[in-house]
Ligand binder design. Sequence first.
Ligand code: OAD
Length: 238
Amino acid sequence: MPALDLEAARDAIRAARFLFVLTGAGVSAESGVPTFRGAGGYWRERSFQDLATPGAFARDPRLVWDWYLERRRTVRACEPNPAHRALAAWSERGAGLLVTQNVDDLHERAGHRGAVHVHGSLWRNRCTACGAERDHDALEYPELPRSPCCGALERPGVVWFGEALPAAAIHAALEAAQRADVALAVGTSGLVQPAAGFVQLARDRGARIVDVNPERSGIPAHVSLLMPAGEALPRILG
Ligand code: OAD
């Protein structure tokens, strides 16, 4: 990694008046949470059509819930890594907004306040009848969960393929992306819309784009740091 790129990234972030941060599965990889498309990623062995669509849940809610419960158990056993901690420390002093595609809670467990979860949370259940949501942290469901409001089946409180993102989250993300003079993408393939489009929007509005990913991603970056987030972020956000 050329030292000049690290310096350019650090200088851009230090000078930012408003920083837009987009994180993806790669920010949690060093904590032990699998990514989706990389080596060992979920979509290498399983198909999202069977596990992460409304149709999959309608066909086999037990199969879908068991996969989400397995993911809850995985995340419960993981700890935030230096990338989550560097972002949490930055959020205490810097102006900006962190938008994450991740459904884990590692940003929050690192002390981050106000992260916007555009794909929902592993730790929320949603009523399939009325849409009411509640926090739930069970790691097993001998009986599939039913909502306390109307007794209907609950589903994971996440966004599946083919579904719209929560309106409030998308509004906050769009507003921040348009306002940003610097955007930092961390650990995302940049392939899933609309999240990847937030960075393009920031760029279209004149923002400088920094990408942190050990592999080349689809993020339209001015500066690409080809290194793991846990190594890069303490150096560019410190
Ligand atoms: P992906 O699995 O598509 O991409 C993860 C990215 O992280 C890859 O580009 C890796 O190279 C990179 N990566 C791996 N280890 C890293 C590390 N230590 N530091 C930095 N980067 C690292 O995950 P996302 O782009 O987040 O959506 O995927 C976006 C969405 O697609 C997910 O939210 C999920 C998925 O299907 C839904 O479930 C709706």
